[in-house]
Design a protein around this ligand. Structure first.
Ligand SMILES: [Zn+2]
Length: 242
């Protein structure tokens, strides 16, 4: 394992940003096989990536004026992100892969089911202490003017902030040049980030309350672009990680 790790470190150091970006593009354009071999050796030594599509089942999350449920955009985006990351050889684990909440045996109310489901998601991070949590959500505000992605981070692990910064910068650089939002430390209101001990971020990808952004979030091509920018930010984080 030691020699494997050495070669991976050397390879990581030798792979410039442009090549990593090309790997992402190649994965998008060519599918799994073309980039599998090149990326396997690099990605296999990285932490497990726990991808968390916010809400699900009876918990729809935010609801847009046209009835679009946040949970559906979250899931679609997360599945795309998962495809992309696995194409690059990363190990991933989804907190949900369909429109359900995790079953909690004793839960009778929707609220109890939501709490049970969040505890299950937290448990996944506890079972994999060498993991990174990336939670995908959409924002909503009473004033429809506001738009743009914003990344929140947990203060329980020193690497969370750096990861959030890389993701925010990647989104701004490649998709939202006018976005002036800054990353923000989460508080008690975000249960998963507040409780988990692994590096953890929540990407609020956009505002369902902004008609233009809602239209984009409902567009599959835009969601692929968003997923690619998240991957690029993640690669930046891994390159800069000490
Ligand atoms: Zn949400």
């Amino acid at each position: 394992m030691a020699s494997m790790r050495f070669s991976v470190v050397r390879l990581r150091a030798a792979v410039p940003a442009a090549v990593l970006c090309l790997l992402v593009l190649a994965a998008l354009l060519l599918g799994d096989r073309a980039v599998q071999t090149a990326s396997d050796a690099v990605a296999a030594s990285f932490p497990l990536l726990i991808l968390d599509a916010g809400h699900g089942g009876q918990d729809g999350g935010a609801v847009a004026a046209d009835g679009t449920n946040e949970k559906d955009i979250n899931l679609s985006l997360t599945l795309t992100l998962d495809d992309l990351l696995r194409s690059l050889g990363f190990r991933t684990l989804l907190t949900r892969s369909d429109d359900t909440l995790h079953e909690t045996p004793d839960a009778t109310t929707v609220r109890e089911r939501k709490v049970g489901d969040l505890r299950y998601r937290l448990q996944l991070t506890q079972e994999h202490p060498d993991s990174i949590l990336i939670s995908i959500h959409q924002n909503q505000f009473y004033d429809p003017r506001y738009d743009g992605a914003q990344v929140f981070y947990s203060d329980n692990h020193p690497q969370s902030e750096a990861l959030a910064q890389c993701l925010q910068e990647s989104i701004v650089k490649t998709l939202q040049p006018d976005n002036t939002r800054r990353i923000k430390e989460s508080g008690e209101e975000i249960f998963l980030l507040n409780q988990t001990k692994v590096p953890a971020v929540m990407v609020e990808c956009g505002f369902l309350s902004n008609p233009e952004e809602l239209k984009m979030l409902k567009n599959e091509t835009y969601r692929k672009q968003l997923a690619a920018t998240i991957v690029n930010g993640l690669l930046d984080y891994f390159r800069n990680r000490t």
